[in-house]
Design a protein around this ligand. Structure first.
Ligand code: HEM
Length: 430
């Protein structure tokens, strides 16, 4: 526990969200000098899309969306067999409405979404619609051995304010009577058990500050300006699917989306100690990015787009032969466009030091899980391993440094179905 006697106040605050609980919250509350903005009096006025976050978070000067700096994932299980009851549905909805009233739906207050796994829907007698692309999680290559997250429910909380995030959690666990001065009469843990709590962060300075973990070599290798442990900026707006694009257009869950969440362990010794900066650019972006000096520092100079041209993406095999290496982004992008050139995935990944290991929580939103699986297959680059210099994990993007630990698939229903939906797209008890 980082709350021991010699631990500095700064370390306590740095680890607050990772540790969680009342002591972490009070450390953050002492530090907070601004009130947390309150939510709406009528939660039904909030957007129907739970995943509509982009209008409620910061953007940088290029219009790239900046994810909230602190994030928490609650993996939850119903405490009994069979489907939830109408009473449980009412309790969950009441708990969520408390959050809606307590915190402004924004990076300054609290953003959250509630998602359901295929295993949850198996509790019901009826099946999900056939055209809903939501399989159970599976292995996506023969070089990974993930655990599968089959818990019923995933609640994803995010905020720039650690005090808001921790207080919301405490309230939803029944540890507080109020949340941002709003009375709490029902909680999430009244009806669901927390099977796992996972935490993370994203944004300039945060990985550098937290690099003293397994997976990052000793020394100050992670650049201060980097939002991620691997030292580059990701998620340019030009290379992200829009929220409109990932939204289900028809069927009982219209207005919702699907969510894949992987956890990926990073081992960055060779990345930082053996590889040069140029090699990191080769491996992360493409050899053309290196030859043409497209990337400076952490890559913020790229602006609103990662600089991949159709030629760079189409010529991956030629680059493998010419340069003996292929980039992660150029390889993955092969699967990440539809026939009209639209980007298919909305990546919302963030870093973690859970268990004192550097890992990445990798949520992506897409219309169907197979879109994610196809992009991952393109990123695997197994099709390139007949080129003599390219091995499955060597000179093949960033695969030498990242290891998938878990995968889970979820449906993020539209808001009116966020509390215990049925497979037919009603709420339990309706
Ligand atoms: C530690 C793990 C990872 C890191 C640090 C990372 C970082 C990056 C960076 C810096 C870029 C270039 C900038 C951008 O377009 O965002 C990129 C591109 C991309 N990444 Fe990753 N990534 C990781 C894992 C993954 C995984 C697991 C996937 C899932 C399949 C993925 C999918 C993509 C795609 C599709 C692109 C290209 C975007 C396009 O289509 O133009 N990445 N990544």
């Amino acid at each position: 526990m980082p709350f021991g006697g010699e631990t500095s106040r700064r370390d306590v605050l740095k680890a607050a969200v990772a540790v969680g609980g009342a002591a972490a919250l009070s450390a953050c509350l002492e530090q907070a000098d601004e009130p947390v903005p309150t939510g709406v009096s009528d939660p039904t006025t909030l957007p129907e899309r739970q995943h509509a976050w982009n209008d409620y978070i910061r953007t940088d000067e290029h219009g790239n969306h900046m994810l909230p700096r602190h994030q928490v994932l609650w993996y939850l299980d119903l405490p009994h067999d069979g489907p939830p009851t109408a009473d449980e549905q009412a309790t969950l909805e009441s708990a969520l409405r408390t959050l809606d009233r307590a915190y402004e739906r924004s990076h300054d207050g609290l953003l959250y979404s509630v998602a359901y796994s295929p295993s949850y829907f198996e509790r019901f007698e009826t099946a999900l619609p056939e055209d809903l692309d939501l399989p159970q999680p599976r292995r996506l290559s023969d070089f990974e051995t993930p655990e599968f997250d089959t818990q019923d429910v995933l609640v994803h909380f995010a905020s720039d304010r650690p005090d808001a995030l921790l207080e919301a959690e405490e309230a939803m666990r029944g540890e507080r009577d109020t949340a941002n001065a709003t009375e709490v009469s029902a909680t999430i843990t009244d009806v669901l058990d927390v099977a796992d709590r996972r935490t993370g962060f994203v944004g300039a300075g945060m990985p550098a500050d937290r690099q003293d973990v397994a997976g990052v070599p000793e020394g100050d290798h992670v650049p201060e300006e980097s939002p991620l442990f691997m030292g580059f900026v990701a998620g340019f707006v030009g290379n992200q699917a829009t929220e409109d694009y990932v939204t289900l257009e028809s069927g009982p869950f219209a207005g919702g989306t699907t969510k894949h969440v992987a956890n990926i362990r990073q081992r960055l010794d060779d990345w930082y100690v053996e590889d040069t900066y140029d090699q990191r650019v080769d491996r992360m972006f493409s050899p053309i990015h290196r030859v043409e000096n497209l990337v400076e520092g952490v890559g913020a100079n790229l602006g609103d787009d990662n600089g991949l041209t159709p030629e760079i993406v189409e010529n991956v095999r030629d680059h493998a032969e010419e340069f003996g290496v292929v980039g992660h982004a150029q390889k993955a992008a092969r699967g990440n466009r539809d026939d009209d050139g639209n980007v298919r995935l909305l990546r919302r990944h963030f870093e973690s030091t859970d268990d004192d290991v550097a890992s990445l929580h990798f949520p992506t939103l897409q219309r169907g899980i197979s879109a994610f699986e196809e992009v991952r297959e393109a990123m695997n680059g197994t099709d390139l391993t007949d080129v003599p210099t390219i091995r499955q994990r060597v000179n093949n993007g960033i695969l030498e440094y990242i290891f998938v630990r878990s995968r889970g698939n979820f449906l993020v229903p539209p808001r009116h179905l966020r509390s215990f939906p049925t497979p037919e797209g009603r709420t339990v008890g309706e």
